[in-house]
Ligand binder design. Structure first.
Ligand code: TYM
Length: 338
């Protein structure tokens, strides 16, 4: 089993990232068996597909390492690195560009969302980004990729590229690429904005009140929950009563995901109550879960030397693990390298 996943190091790690992906990374790392391996990386090369500030990307990358370690990623057990220190990611992307089809990329909803009405003015990188994402996982022969719901389509594309490459250039008994499986949590796969129950919680939302950051202090968390959009009705006693109430649904889902209960269990306790009672309870469980993470984060983030060392060590290991795949890919394509 080889687990691979990534996160863009832009902006703060938020509750959606944590409940949708990072918590699963930690779980998979902690349950890893002998002979299995976990690789987690900062998708810094992906971050240049949108307008960005280089100084912020630099500091954001180091802060994201600190945040991941604070969440429980242990760099002595998992390979933790950033793409920019492992040139094989971009190398493999080019090699896969020959296999990926324009029509496949044209269907990617994230490109449509992020380019919006400005398709002609979008960067080429934003369009070809999913091929780099395919390279990220195929390079390491990933078997499992823990992600939130919004990345499922990119993972399907990675499987299509792997399958086509294996079909076109390999014999049946010696495929170059393993087909990766997305691992999406059954609940919390899509945490929504606190201001709008129909938009996902996102780093790029201009409103800070739309998301809870893992490094927010207790007062900020409680304030954001208190101001979260809700409705005037009491909570129902069963999940189906939440239909058509996206904001209520989201807040109850967050409570359930954080405490590890089912939505019905939470409603069993809070059914009949209004948000005046539910929101303070939600604030409390969030503070309890996030306070130890933000405390560890504050200690780690100023230790620049340790953070650089973690990334350097992780990148060296990643380069080693990825090398055989790169060699096999050049060979399969008939490229002469001496
Ligand atoms: P990114 O940086 O947007 O998000 C990192 C992870 O967090 C999940 N996530 C969410 N889950 C639930 N609710 C939300 N509101 C929410 N917002 C984000 C994402 O699904 C993701 O798992 N393209 C990727 C990074 C990437 C990657 C990869 C991931 C690059 N290469 C290879 C997996 C494998 C991205 O931008 O994630």
């Amino acid at each position: 089993m080889r687990v691979v996943s990534g996160i863009q190091p832009t902006g703060n790690l938020h509750l959606g990232n944590y409940l949708g992906a990072i918590r699963n990374w930690v779980k998979m790392q902690d349950e890893m068996e002998e002979g299995s391996e976990c690789l987690f990386f900062l998708a810094d090369l992906h971050a240049i597909s949108m307008p960005h500030d280089p100084a912020e990307l630099r500091s954001g990358t180091l802060e994201m390492v600190a945040a991941l370690v604070a969440c429980g990623i242990d760099p002595s057990r998992s390979v933790l690195f950033n793409q920019a220190q492992v040139p094989a990611h971009t190398e493999l992307q080019w090699l896969l560009n020959g296999t990926a089809r324009m029509g496949w990329l044209n269907r990617m909803t994230q490109f449509k969302d992020k380019s919006g009405k400005n398709r002609e003015g979008s960067s080429v990188a934003l369009f070809t980004y999913p091929v780099l994402q395919a390279a990220d996982v195929l390079l390491y022969q990933a078997t499992h990729v823990p992600v939130g719901d919004d990345q499922k389509q990119h993972l399907e594309l990675a499987r299509d590229i792997a399958q086509k490459f294996n079909n076109d250039f390999c014999t049946e008994d010696a495929p170059v690429f393993t087909l990766p499986d997305p691992i999406v949590p059954p609940e919390a796969a899509r945490i929504m904005s606190l201001r709008d129950g129909s938009a996902k919680m996102s780093k790029s939302d201009p409103s800070e009140m739309s998301r809870i950051n893992l490094v927010d202090d207790a007062d900020t968390i409680i304030k954001k929950v208190k101001k979260a959009k809700s409705d005037a009705d009491a909570l129902p006693s069963e999940e189906k009563g939440l239909e058509g109430r996206p904001e209520a649904q989201n807040l109850v889902t967050i409570y359930a995901a954080v405490t590890g209960e089912s939505v019905d269990q939470v409603l069993g306790r809070f059914g009949g109550e209004g948000f005046g009672k539910f929101k303070p309870a939600l604030g409390e469980v969030l503070v309890e879960t996030l306070a130890p993470i933000s405390e560890r984060f504050r200690d780690l983030k100023s230790d620049r030397e340790s953070l650089d060392a973690i990334l350097a060590r992780g990148a060296a290991k990643a380069r080693e693990i990825g090398r055989p795949t790169i060699d096999k890919t050049y060979q399969a394509l008939g490229l002469v390298r001496g």
